[in-house]
Design a protein around this ligand. Structure first.
Ligand code: HCA
Ligand code: CU
Length: 460
């Protein structure tokens, strides 16, 4: 059975400018366990006292996932991995020529001894051991096999084939993993693929096809530089493409949102699965197809991960989508009226970034000459926030930007410190959002102003 090791807490925290508190790490570990990942790499306890404390707390939670501590190949490092209560240590030691020469100043023979000795030491302490040849994909294959087999003989039961610089291509990865499977003693093979060319998950999936067992992920694909495979994308690929059905798909979106909030590391709208646009359809041709049968333009139903499809109405939209949106509000229009409404929408769409349902309802009102008494599902509001005096306003701003429904945030003068524009689908969602913003550390008071009408500048 294929496996996932999530390393949001170790590789993910190596994302520039990202640091988690111990409590945040415990929450992340619980979210990961709820999703059902097989292993959680909780950190390298030698990094700082707080990293140690976080691993210790996570290891004591009794999670379903195996808790792994990362460590360099040093005895004090391995001692700390044991002391924090992780059941497994992942020992890394680079094997490529450039790393041995320029960074470690060791010969291949010396490296071999160091790796053998430290795997043996960890095993002697009663730990399960994974060995990671760092920069494995730039390591001479013959030497790589030699080191890995030495580590396996010394007690490692897992090898992490690390594409530390993200230089692989799927077909090369396939060949390499095939060769490893052929020449390595019995062991599990993990794939740790960096995304420098945007090929990380493709490489990892190719390695899985070649016989590897496990992919390393992080929530939202965080990590050094361009990061590593995104947890949600990997799980969906396992589920839909490889038939692995053991994970809780419905928990992925919440985990992603939580990570955005606590990391200040935000998703691009086009991010697969968790991005804002991942299930939105825009052009007339696409929306027409979707409304007739969603399978025309959806590779899978968004409800699989608890999301909903969205039809964007603007100048690209055709009659079917506009009629369907009006129908959602119980508004019937004649074919001739629909024609005029769509034409007006197209004209406005040339000048505006976004049309709200309120705009569409207003156009329908003007065109039909009938008063329409419905409240739009999508609501915009201006949220005013007062920040506690001992807290940096910018830290609250950062947290607020993490909410997907918050479209812009301003630091302002006056009675309040922050003003933010929010777009939500209905009053209940607005209420939830306000409740959540009130729980942000440092928020003292909020006030909400619903937008009744929106005008553009430049005299439009
Ligand atoms: C690094 C180490 C590592 C280790 C991967 C692993 C890498 O920060 O360089 O232990 O599986 O990318 O090689 O993250
Ligand atoms: Cu890495």
């Amino acid at each position: 059975m294929l496996e996932i090791l999530d390393t949001t807490l170790r590789e993910g925290e190596q994302t520039p400018y990202v640091n988690f508190t111990v409590d945040e790490k415990v929450t992340i570990a619980k979210l990961l366990d709820d999703i059902g990942v097989d292993m959680i790499e909780a950190g390298d306890p030698s990094v700082s006292p707080n990293v140690f404390k976080a691993i210790e707390r996570i290891a004591s939670l009794g999670l379903g996932a195996e808790v792994v501590a990362h460590s360099s190949a040093t005895r004090p490092g391995i001692d700390r991995a044991r002391a924090c209560g992780a059941g497994r240590v992942a020992i890394f030691y680079a094997t490529s020529k450039i790393h041995l020469d320029a960074k470690l100043h060791k010969t291949q023979e010396q490296a071999l001894d160091i790796i053998r000795e430290h795997v043996c030491y960890a095993k002697g302490l009663g730990l399960k051991v994974r060995y990671t040849p760092e920069d494995a994909t730039r390591t001479d294959l013959e030497f790589l096999v030699q080191v890995c087999n030495a580590a396996i003989e010394a007690g490692a039961d897992r090898i992490s084939f690390a594409d530390t610089l993200g230089i692989m291509q799927p077909h090369v990865m396939y060949e390499r993993v095939r060769a490893l499977r052929q020449h390595l003693l019995p062991c599990k093979i993990d794939l740790h693929c960096h995304d420098d060319y945007g090929l990380a998950l493709a490489n990892a999936m190719a390695g899985i096809r070649a016989g590897a067992d496990c992919i390393h992920t992080t929530i939202n694909g965080m990590g050094e530089r361009a990061g590593i495979p995104d947890l949600a994308e990997t799980i969906l690929s396992f589920h839909n493409l490889e038939g692995v059905q053991k994970y809780n798909l419905k928990a992925l979106v919440d985990a992603s949102g939580y990570l955005e909030k606590v990391s200040g590391f935000f998703l691009a709208p086009n991010k697969p699965l968790t991005g804002q646009n991942a299930f939105s359809h825009k052009s007339g041709v696409h929306t027409n197809g979707i409304l007739k049968d969603p399978r025309t333009y959806e590779p899978f139903d968004p409800s699989v991960i608890g999301r909903e499809r969205k039809i964007v109405i603007d100048k690209y939209t055709g009659k079917t989508a506009v009629a369907s949106r009006l129908d959602e509000y119980g508004i019937e229009v004649s074919a001739a009226e629909l024609e005029v409404i769509v034409t007006r929408i197209k004209n406005i769409g040339d000048q505006r970034k976004q049309l709200f349902d309120a705009d569409i309802l207003e156009i329908a009102e003007q065109v039909t000459g009938r008063e329409i008494e419905v409240i739009p599902h999508d609501i915009s509001a201006m949220l005013m926030v007062e920040v506690e005096s001992h807290v940096y306003t910018s830290s609250v701003v950062r947290r607020m930007r993490g909410f997907t429904n918050v479209s812009s945030v301003y630091e302002v003068t006056g009675d309040y410190d922050i003003s933010a524009f929010v777009n939500v689908e209905n009053i209940a969602a607005l209420n939830n959002l306000i409740e959540e913003i009130r729980t942000v550390q440092g928020v003292k008071r909020t006030e909400t102003r619903m937008v009744l009408k929106k005008y553009n500048g430049n005299g439009k």
